[in-house]
Design a binder for this molecule. Structure first.
Ligand SMILES: *Cc1c(COP(=O)(O)O)cnc(C)c1O
Length: 307
């Protein structure tokens, strides 16, 4: 099923956009599915189809304690009547945070392993040990990026989106960025905002594009200066910006991914990065399930959907 036609896109209205003569719209992947949404919906879609067509009854994947991917896999497996196993980095601590609690309540079996063993998550020997423990399963890597995930994220943009000059997304593993890049039109430019500290992501993306035979001739730019200290790190300016965005547009952002991207876009707008007349499409990749856990962990309040 092509869901792209029913993803709402909302234009933002703000005096500074008028001043800079820019249009900004938000493609709300966060509203795609009531249970599991965001880019993870697209990344999981064909993986679940494949698992079922291979007759598998179990999905196994990896993640940290606040992982959107773990949360989405648990919800997706439940929806598809598949059993889910989540191999979680670190020790089990009670009470479980919001992400893990929800995953477990959705039927995911959580298995906690120490950080040292977790590093072996792609080693065949380690996967064989897991197969002995859990039986036959369909494996989805940490973060969910594989060939079928990229195939799914190629469906985020639709023909109607060709009116935009710039498409923007947040970046974790780069899977979503690669899928978007392959469906980009020649007159468009893709901007990616890395949530992780470091320049390694340039190489990772180049590798993904090459490995998946994506035409590399189109324009893209990756920003590595909006990570706010690194993955899952935050600063007061970021939290203030997330509240400012919510108060102006009634759209909830998360501090791990979408908040950093939107902050970056606003900063670039103010620095005159975008030529006048640009039409920018921000992809809201979801992630707001993490906001409850973030508040539990830090005590910092964030907008929540029910507000
Ligand atoms: C997982 C996630 C990302 C990163 O996606 P990648 O395909 O790993 O780059 C971005 N935004 C949100 C909200 C996510 O949950």
């Amino acid at each position: 099923m092509h869901l792209t036609s029913i993803i709402p896109t909302e234009p933002l209205s703000h005096p500074s956009l008028t001043n800079f003569r820019l249009e900004v719209s938000v493609k709300r992947l966060d509203l795609v599915h009531p249970e599991f949404s965001g880019n993870k919906f697209f990344k999981l879609k064909y993986n679940l189809e494949k698992a079922k067509s291979e007759g598998k009854t179990k999905i196994l994947t990896f993640g940290g304690a606040f992982s959107n991917h773990i949360y989405a896999t648990a919800k997706a497996a439940q929806t598809e009547n598949l059993q889910a196993i989540g191999i979680i980095r670190g020790e089990r601590t009670e009470p479980l945070n919001y992400t893990l609690r929800s995953a477990e309540e959705s039927g995911m079996q959580l298995d906690f392993i120490d950080r040292g063993s977790y590093r072996n998550k792609t080693e065949p020997e380690f996967l064989a040990v897991l197969a002995e423990k859990f039986g036959d399963f369909y494996l989805i890597p940490e973060g969910g990026t594989n060939e079928l995930a990229i195939k799914g994220t190629q469906e985020i943009l639709s023909h109607k989106d060709s009116e935009y000059t710039h498409i923007t997304t947040s970046i974790g593993t780069g899977g979503t960025f690669s899928g978007l890049f392959s469906s980009l039109e020649n007159h468009q430019k893709l901007l990616g905002f890395s949530s992780l500290k470091g320049e390694f992501i340039h190489g990772e993306i180049a590798d993904l594009i090459k490995k998946h035979h994506i035409d590399g001739q189109k324009l893209y730019e990756i920003f590595t200066n909006y990570h706010f200290g690194g993955y899952a790190k935050h600063k007061p300016e970021l939290i203030e910006f997330i509240w400012w965005f919510y108060e102006n547009f009634e759209i909830v952002l998360d501090p791990i991914y979408t908040g950093k991207m939107a902050y970056g876009i606003w900063d670039l707008i103010e620095k005159n990065y975008f030529p006048k007349g640009s039409k920018i499409l921000m992809i809201h990749t979801g992630g707001r399930q993490g906001n409850a856990g973030f508040t539990e962990r830090t005590g910092i309040k964030l907008p929540t959907p029910s507000m």
